[in-house]
Design a protein around this ligand. Structure first.
Ligand code: ACO
Length: 429
């Protein structure tokens, strides 16, 4: 029998159905609330609001579970590649060997960027943040690759998806090269997705880049861990902008802009900046914990806390292990890792952090992994964006295919002036 909830408003009873997800999550379906009662709900930050039904990613914030299409992220991080995980997210199942080969070949075939687009890169000021460059360039892709009316909608989506996955990686590397005044390195057929990216970033005519398989593996794991995270801020932005039926490039560009923020994807850069300031101030983590718990101080521990995870972030655990593994393999030490470990240990015992459920999230150890690979600080969030791309694309596709699709348009409760008359300028005080 369908479960229902009763609401009494002004003495009148209304019934709303309860929706139950495959993992037992329950939600009150209020889609008829306004029509039937005249009332709306108010939920700043959408803390209690489900915006869609989705079959892509499951997460349980209390148990620290994350699964893509049902598969635990731990298994994917250990056994899969980023390209295979992207296929899984976008198509809803793991590929056969033939499908995976075809997908990888297509990603290579589409990896070049229109030569005219390169002039755009030249005109961004030196030092411009690569996230700003990337979001502009992704939006500009539509101008260079317009829709072809003869193609079916399905073909058009397929080619746009492949282009995006492939070209965003090329454009990310290009923006880095150009920002340093270096010559652009083209993608090469013989490299895998991650190896190609590393080569485009670091190869030089004087010193050919030797692709290190440890880096390739680390990058694959990094991207898999970031590949989707259900209705986070940037994905919600992609769905919202996409709901106006804009093209996929524009919707993804909106996602990149949202991800840039330090409370979201920009946190991986902010964590390193915070760890550096702890190091520069002598390495004592205590004053930073004190600042974080001071209500009069806006400072937050970057890389700690999460809207959904309230016990631990499973991605954070894998990232921490990856961090140790890569530094061990390289036989390297990073002073920021020592600070990070100390900060984590102190935070886990700190009453404020315990009270506020503050645990390291995916971003806390991510930056140390990227530093080990040689990725510069201002590219960290770009790396996150490449990783999140399959998630954004699959969420956009799912919303476009939703039979109950609606333009996203929240309401508000107006708290401003009641109607007042316009005052001509010479009569104003
Ligand atoms: N440091 C100090 N205090 C914190 C932190 C933090 N990192 N995170 C939350 N709090 C405190 C808030 O000050 C608030 O305290 P109060 O109730 O005493 O006023 C309380 O915890 C709740 O904070 P909210 O911002 O309402 O919680 P929310 O669930 O929205 O926060 C967020 C999630 C934005 C990620 C937050 O934990 C944060 O700012 N973390 C630091 C930035 C970061 O690491 N972002 C990456 C998140 S993962 C990702 O997007 C990939």
């Amino acid at each position: 029998m369908e479960e229902k909830v009763k609401i009494r408003i002004d003495g009148k009873d209304f019934e709303m159905p309860i929706i139950i997800g495959t993992e037992g999550e329950r939600a009150i379906d209020i889609s008829r609330l306004r029509k039937e009662t005249g009332l709306i709900t108010l939920d700043p930050g959408f803390v209690n609001t489900g915006s869609c039904l989705s079959s892509i990613t499951f997460m349980d914030g209390e148990k620290g579970i994350l699964r893509y299409r049902g598969i635990p992220v731990e298994q994917l991080a250990e056994k899969s590649t980023f390209v295979e995980t992207a296929f899984l997210l976008i198509n809803g199942r793991l590929p056969t060997r033939t499908e995976l080969t075809r997908f990888s070949v297509l990603l290579n075939d589409h990896s070049l960027v229109h030569e005219d687009m390169r002039h755009f890169f030249d005109n961004f000021p030196r030092g411009a943040h690569p996230m700003g460059i990337l979001s502009s360039m992704v939006n500009a892709l539509r101008a260079f690759y317009p829709e072809i009316p003869e193609r079916s909608e399905e073909e058009e989506i397929d080619i746009t998806v492949t282009r995006l996955l492939s070209k965003v990686r090329t454009m990310a590397a290009m923006s880095y090269r150009i920002s340093r005044g270096h010559k652009v390195v083209y993608p090469r057929q013989e490299y895998t997705y991650a190896a190609n990216f590393l080569n485009m970033m670091f190869d030089t005519p004087v010193r050919p880049y030797q692709v290190d398989e440890n880096f390739v593996r680390a990058l694959n794991v990094f991207w898999i861990l970031h590949a989707d995270h259900e209705q986070n801020c940037s994905t919600a932005a992609v769905r919202l902008v996409g709901s106006a039926r804009v093209n996929l490039y524009a919707a993804i560009s909106a996602g990149i802009c949202a991800l840039w923020g330090p409370l979201h994807g920009g946190a991986n850069q902010s964590v390193i900046e915070m760890l550096n300031s702890i190091l520069e101030s002598g390495g004592n983590v205590k004053p930073f914990l004190a600042k974080a718990s001071d209500r009069n101080d806006p400072f937050r521990l970057m890389g700690f806390g999460h809207r959904v995870y309230k016990t631990f972030d499973p991605r954070g655990k894998i990232m921490k292990k990856l961090c140790h593994d890569i530094l061990n393999k390289l036989n390297q030490k990073d002073p920021l890792l020592d600070i990070a470990l100390e900060l984590e240990e102190a935070a886990l015992k700190d009453p404020y952090c315990i009270d506020h459920n503050l645990y390291p999230n995916v971003d806390f150890y991510a930056g140390i992994v990227l530093r080990a690979i040689g990725i510069p600080l201002n590219m960290f969030t770009v790396l996150f964006a490449i990783g999140r791309l399959p998630g954004w694309i699959s969420q956009w596709k799912e919303s476009m295919e939703d039979p109950n699709w609606k333009l996203h348009r929240p309401r508000q409760i107006y708290m401003g002036e009641k109607a007042i008359d316009y005052i001509p300028i010479n009569e104003r005080k």
